[in-house]
Design a protein around this ligand. Structure first.
Ligand code: HEC
Length: 241
């Protein structure tokens, strides 16, 4: 009885992980190299996000002046270049698109991306932006490995260029092969998608940036304090020896 139970558990666990590994093996090759302390990357990510993503996706918890301050972008420059419509810098990054329009246009609602990096991980976002491939059966002309049958069009197709899926003998996706060049090289495209991912990681927890920089000064203080304490001790014990 006990033995049967163990066999059943083993079977369930192994088939589940087998199914999961089959589905996402290719997607899992895509690892974001994000670092929220890399300000230049965050600034580029913010710019790309506003240009390519904010038409459909809101960031409803992100206040624009917090963003400008954290990323070290002058508020005047920020207002001129990154804010559209007639928004004020103290507002959050919501968008004017109506839900019913979105569903009619895309067949799905573009979700708010404020927390996606936290709920689904940086690698997932990076993989989604990198694993679009040409698929004649899809309404947008593209399918996606990280998000199969996504209704989000391949927004960055002109930059990345076209790629099609390469299957192994068992019809599992193993890699991509280029069908046309984009305006970005492969490296530039990786950097672009990394910057956007990095930006969304920052957005999902803006306070982390401050915590990290406070953490640095706390460590610096402890370090200097240790040196002072050492010399003070030496001074006090000088006459004892
Ligand atoms: C033309 C509209 C449109 C644009 C522009 C757009 N998206 Fe999307 N996006 C969608 C839609 C619609 C979905 C929902 C997909 C679905 O349900 O199949 C989506 C889904 C996503 C998801 C998956 C979210 C989840 O919870 O799994 C991510 C991540 C994402 N988009 C990132 C981006 C990024 C980054 C950009 C800019 C480079 C971008 N999108 C630009 C329409 C858009």
């Amino acid at each position: 009885m006990k033995k049967n139970l163990i066999i059943i558990i083993l079977l369930v666990v192994s088939t589940n992980s087998f199914a999961a590994s089959q589905k996402s093996e290719l997607a899992e090759k895509y690892k974001a190299l994000n670092s929220i302390t890399n300000k230049a990357s965050l600034q580029r990510g913010a710019k790309y996000y506003v240009n390519y993503c904010s038409g459909c996706h809101s960031l409803k918890y992100m206040r624009m002046n917090t963003l400008a301050n954290d990323l070290g972008i002058d508020e005047g420059i920020f207002s001129k270049n990154l804010i559209f419509a007639n928004k004020k810098i103290g507002e959050t990054m919501t968008i004017p698109m109506k839900e019913e329009d979105a569903i009619q246009w895309f067949g799905a609602l573009p979700p708010d991306l404020s927390l996606t990096a936290r709920s689904k991980g940086a690698d997932y976002i990076y993989a989604k932006l990198n694993t679009y491939y040409e698929d004649d059966n899809s309404a947008t002309g593209y399918n996606n490995i990280a998000y199969p049958n996504t209704s989000m069009p391949h927004i960055l197709a002109d930059l990345q260029g076209g790629q099609k899926l390469v299957l192994d003998s068992k019809n599992n996706p193993v890699s991509f092969s280029k069908t046309s060049e984009g305006s970005f090289s492969d490296d530039e495209y990786r950097q672009l998608t990394n910057d956007i991912t990095n930006f969304l990681v920052y957005v999902s927890e803006p306070a982390k940036l401050k915590r990290q920089s406070i953490g640095f000064w706390v460590l610096m203080f402890l370090f200097i304090f240790t040196i002072l304490a050492y010399y003070t001790k030496k001074e006090f014990w000088k006459d004892v020896h």
